[in-house]
Design a protein around this ligand. Structure first.
Ligand SMILES: [Zn+2]
Length: 176
């Protein structure tokens, strides 16, 4: 997407250089850089959030229990020792042995292992920060041994809480 010079509000100052050639801006590139910035702090934010959050801050008792359970199962040590790999394509193995492509993937039960992330696919899906945290928690849940449905439920239940924590600390790193 290109924002033409007619988008520059009057009174912001006149251009001083670059006469005669284009000065487009690329929103995809901006969002890609933001996602990279957001992912570079995501682990620290997940660890900070999971240490700081109080059980009482979850109004839903089921989410409270879920959080306590995954903490007990070693969520924090998995976050600490896993590594996020940014790739052009991510695949996971289905229970029937097939391979499927997805925007992120991890092996079930692979504690401390790799988490594959496809930034292009994440952005193409219009992901928010909460979505990215939901996705990361989903993959960490796989590392703890959860299958697809449960991992999705864990990510969806907690993603917003991590994003709220992240916004309160690093508003300049927001994706959306
Ligand atoms: Zn999954």
């Amino acid at each position: 997407m290109r924002l033409g010079s007619n988008f520059i509000p009057r009174g912001i100052g006149s251009p001083r250089r670059g006469y005669g050639h284009g000065g487009g801006g690329d929103l995809t590139a901006i969002r890609k850089a933001r996602l990279g910035q957001m992912l570079s702090v995501a682990k620290t934010e997940l660890l900070g959030w999971s240490a700081a959050v109080k059980q009482e801050s979850f109004p839903d008792p089921q989410i409270r229990q879920l959080f306590a359970r995954i903490l007990g199962e070693g969520l924090r040590s998995d976050i600490q020792s896993s590594h996020y790999e940014l790739k052009n394509r991510c695949f996971y193995t289905t229970p029937h042995g097939g391979e499927l492509e997805s925007s992120a993937s991890a092996r079930i039960g692979d504690r401390g292992g790799a988490i594959c992330l496809n930034p292009e696919a994440i952005l193409a899906a219009g992901a928010t920060d909460a979505d990215v945290y939901a996705l990361l928690l989903h993959e960490h849940a796989h590392h703890l041994g959860y299958q697809e449905q449960e991992a999705e439920a864990i990510g969806n239940a907690l993603g917003d809480y991590v994003a709220a924590y992240f916004y309160s600390r690093l508003p300049s790193s927001r994706l959306i």
